[in-house]
Design a protein around this ligand. Structure first.
Ligand SMILES: Cc1cc2nc3c(=O)[nH]c(=O)nc-3n(C[C@H](O)[C@H](O)[C@H](O)COP(=O)(O)OP(=O)(O)OC[C@H]3O[C@@H](n4cnc5c(N)ncnc54)[C@H](O)[C@@H]3O)c2cc1C
Length: 396
């Protein structure tokens, strides 16, 4: 990636983090305008995996976006990542899903992994040769994570895993799973018996079915079965049992920032389409943007999108300062996803009947928006997390 600056020789040689951020965001914007927007709706309607776009994302280094340069990544901070995800989702939300669980796995390996685990996995992940996915949810256990039933039993130098995971995004294209299991099913509380394995695809893993979805198409979300799947004990994250819940919750903070940024991107795309359309469409002798009922919608949409972006950037900046940000990431995810769903519906209303047709992209934004309300912890669960943190912050 070359970094353009405006004139200052020293800055050309030593680009500042702000230069890098600006350049990276501009690079993603160019990619979206040139490569993504012309094909996104077509691929989405066909529910077709975007191999060509993913190849370009690899070339741009996006699979290593937040992986430190020491392991071959771009070493970008979380704020830059959030801005980049917003741009990507202005084009097509599914593309950020291809990166999300991949970079969550990279984040927990970097944060909790041993030196050997970092050296073994991060370079391949940065190149996009190793592609991550998160195997956490099960058919009966999404919000209630501690109710998972997949079990890992120690056998010599391996663990033997049995069980089934549900909703695994990137299950087919991915080849390295963040696999959360119970290594002690009797533990009380249950999270003390949960562990996270860095699990390469291999014998004993079957991607058993693809789940048909309302939106978020093009990227696969699957059920995955584990039958006597053997993973080396060396792949137990941090080398100790019982910390899987902590590992995955820390990764989910980054995931929630991704979801909030995605929601800002989709909402922005819907708003931009709506404000353009409102100036072109005339009724009763004037553009509809001159009708007060439409103006009120546009004003509310833009205000809420800006507020959602500010919340998202605040959470990202806290993460970059190394602070816990579950309260702020939860607020950002909650507000941005609800805003996105609202804005997508308003954009559809502004388009009238055309908003309901497949010829305009607003129907896609409208179908993609609800995922952000459900994924990475439903908004009901977000509210309980936020409230718990608030009670801690404001003791009686
Ligand atoms: C398209 C898609 C992709 C996904 N990708 C992945 C992935 O890659 N990896 C992965 O592991 N998972 C993934 N998920 C799973 C996702 O995280 C779960 O669907 C989500 O956490 C909700 O769990 P659930 O579906 O079991 O709903 P449930 O937990 O059964 O919840 C049902 C309803 O009850 C509410 N509820 C539950 N408990 C409470 C409570 N205590 N208080 C108030 N309300 C409550 C919920 O908010 C919801 O409205 C994906 C899901 C989708 C739809």
């Amino acid at each position: 990636m070359s970094v353009a600056t405006d004139g200052d020789d020293d800055r050309k040689i030593h680009p500042t983090p702000e230069d890098l951020r600006r350049e990276m965001v501009a690079t993603v914007k160019r990619f979206v305008e040139r490569d993504v927007e012309p094909v996104a709706s077509e691929l989405e309607h066909r529910d077709e995996y975007p191999h060509q776009l993913v190849a370009t994302m690899k070339e741009l280094g996006l699979f290593g976006a937040t992986i430190p340069t020491h392991w071959g990544g771009l070493g970008l901070d979380t704020l830059t990542y959030a801005m980049m995800v917003e741009e990507l989702c202005v084009g097509w939300m599914s593309l950020s899903g291809i990166l999300n669980t991949h970079l969550m796995l990279a984040y927990v390996i970097r944060t909790f992994g041993s030196d050997r685990q970092r050296d073994e996995f991060l370079p391949g992940m940065a190149r996009g040769d190793l592609r991550g996915a998160l195997c956490l949810s099960e058919a009966h256990a999404g919000s209630d994570v501690q109710a998972i039933r997949t079990v890992g039993r120690r056998d010599g130098d391996d663990y033997v895993i049995n069980g089934a995971k549900m909703w695994v995004t990137n299950a087919r294209q991915g080849n390295l799973y963040a696999l959360v299991v119970k290594t002690d099913p009797q533990a009380d509380p249950p999270h003390k018996g949960m562990s996270l394995f860095i699990a390469p695809k291999g014998p004993g893993i079957t991607v058993s079915r693809d789940i048909g979805k309302l939106g978020y198409k093009g990227v696969e979300t699957c059920e995955v079965a584990f039958e006597d799947y053997r993973v080396p004990s060396a792949n137990l994250l941090a080398g100790v049992e019982g910390h899987g819940m902590q590992h995955v919750l820390t990764g989910l903070e980054v995931g929630r920032i991704n979801i909030a940024a995605r929601a800002v991107g989709v909402a922005r795309a819907a708003f931009e389409r709506a404000i353009q359309y409102s100036q072109q469409r005339t009724t009763f002798g004037k553009p509809i943007c001159e009708h007060q009922a439409v103006q009120l919608k546009l004003a509310d949409m833009a205000t809420k999108i800006d507020a959602a972006r500010l919340l998202t950037h605040r959470a990202a900046e806290l993460k970059d300062r190394g602070q816990r940000c579950d309260l702020e990431a939860g607020m950002a995810k909650l507000f941005a996803s609800e805003t996105c769903a609202e804005v997508a519906l308003e954009a559809m209303r502004i388009h009238g009947g055309y908003g309901f047709s497949k010829e305009f992209p607003v129907e896609r934004y409208y179908r993609d928006a609800p995922l952000m309300i459900i994924g990475e912890g439903t908004n009901e669960i977000q509210r309980t997390i936020i409230a718990r943190q608030l009670v801690k912050k404001y003791p009686a």
